[in-house]
Design a protein around this ligand. Structure first.
Ligand code: PEP
Length: 228
C-alpha cells in the first residue's frame, strides 16, 4: 500500500528535515513525501521516497517557473504528482496538460500519481462517472502510473467520501485503466482504516494530515494493519 503526503505549499527545507527526523514509515507500507520544490533535496537527503507536486512535459525550455523531470531526477526525486485539483482550479491545468506532464514524467523514468475527481456540482448533477472517464481517458497505462481519486469537495474540507462511495469510484476508475488507485480527501488517522479497508482502495493521498509526523505515521500504521 502506498501512502503519499502532499504538503502543498507548507514546509521549507528546515521543517522538512525536522519532519523526516521525527517520522518513521512502518513496515509493509510505502510512505511517499511530496514537499515543495525547494524542500525536495532535504527530504531526499533524509532517505525518504520523494515525489514533486508537479512536473513539466519538456526536458528544458522557456517555461518560467516550471521544473522538468530530468531536473527532479538529478535531485534524486522518485516521482511526481500530476493534475492535483488545486493545480486544475488555480493554475489552469487541463486534462491535456495533465496528460502531457504525466506522460513525459513516466517516459523520463519517474513514477506518477495522476489525480482525478469530480467537483461537488458535478456529483450533484450525476456526472461523476462522465468526469472520471474524461480525466482518465487521457492517461496511458504504465507500470509506474498510480491514480489518485480525489473528489474535489472532500479536499481540505474535512468532508470525507464514505467508504462505499470511494469504493464505487475506485472500481469505476479501475474498469477504465489498470492501475492502483489511491483515495484522497480529508484522510485522517480517525477515518483511514475504514477507507483503506475497501477492496479497490490501494492507498491514500493525504494533504493536511500528512504535515504532522505523528498523524501521518498513524495513517501509515492503519494501512499496514489492513494488508498485513
Ligand atoms: C490533497 O491535497 O491531495 C488532499 C487530499 O488534501 P486533504 O487531505 O487536506 O483533504
Amino acid at each position: 500500500m502506498l501512502i503519499a503526503g502532499n504538503w502543498k505549499m507548507f514546509k521549507g527545507p528546515a521543517e522538512t528535515a525536522a519532519f523526516c527526523a521525527a517520522f518513521e514509515a512502518p513496515a509493509g507500507v510505502e510512505a511517499v513525501l511530496c514537499p515543495p520544490y525547494v524542500s525536495l533535496s532535504a527530504a531526499v537527503a533524509a532517505g525518504a521516497t520523494v515525489f514533486a507536486q508537479n512536473v513539466h512535459w519538456a526536458a528544458d525550455g522557456a517555461y518560467t517557473g516550471e521544473i522538468s523531470a530530468p531536473m527532479l531526477q538529478e535531485l534524486g526525486v522518485h516521482g511526481a504528482i500530476a493534475g492535483h485539483s488545486e493545480r486544475r482550479r488555480y493554475f489552469c491545468e487541463t486534462d491535456d496538460t495533465v496528460a502531457r506532464r504525466a506522460a513525459a514524467a513516466l517516459e523520463a523514468g519517474l513514477r506518477v500519481i495522476a489525480c482525478v475527481g469530480e467537483l461537488e456540482e458535478e456529483r450533484e448533477r450525476g456526472e461523476t462517472e462522465a468526469v472520471l472517464a474524461r480525466q482518465v481517458a487521457v492517461l496511458e497505462p504504465h507500470p509506474a502510473l498510480v491514480i489518485a481519486y480525489e473528489p474535489v469537495w472532500a479536499i481540505g474540507t474535512g468532508r470525507t467520501a464514505t467508504p462505499e462511495l470511494a469504493q464505487e469510484a475506485h472500481a469505476f476508475v479501475k474498469s477504465l485503466l489498470d492501475a492502483p488507485v489511491l483515495y484522497g480527501g480529508s484522510v485522517k488517522p480517525e477515518n483511514a482504516a475504514e477507507l483503506l479497508a475497501q477492496p479497490d482502495v490501494d492507498g491514500a493521498l493525504v494533504g493536511g494530515a500528512s504535515l504532522d509526523p505523528d498523524s501521518f505515521a498513524a495513517i501509515c500504521l492503519a494501512a499496514a494493519a489492513i494488508r498485513s
